[in-house]
Design a protein around this ligand. Sequence first.
Ligand code: CA
Ligand code: CA
Length: 83
Amino acid sequence: MTPDQIRKLFRASAIALGLPLAAAVAAADAVSFAKLDANKDGYIDVREASASPKLVELFARADANKDGRLSREEFAAIASMLK
Ligand SMILES: [Ca+2]
Ligand SMILES: [Ca+2]
């Protein structure tokens, strides 16, 4: 595949997967995500995660793109394991 084809494929997948996931996140986990995101930057970093011992445990696994913080989507993927 050419880089251009890969980009097109990626964009199509993001559209297919992104919208329903975002809706589910907003409905199910807005409260706990907002509570953990103390500085309201839209991400849970390691320090914010330390408010929940269980989340600290899951943090490395939850951080799918390894940028050191959890997006709403990353948080949603592990949220069911926090309960
Ligand atoms: Ca934050
Ligand atoms: Ca991340």
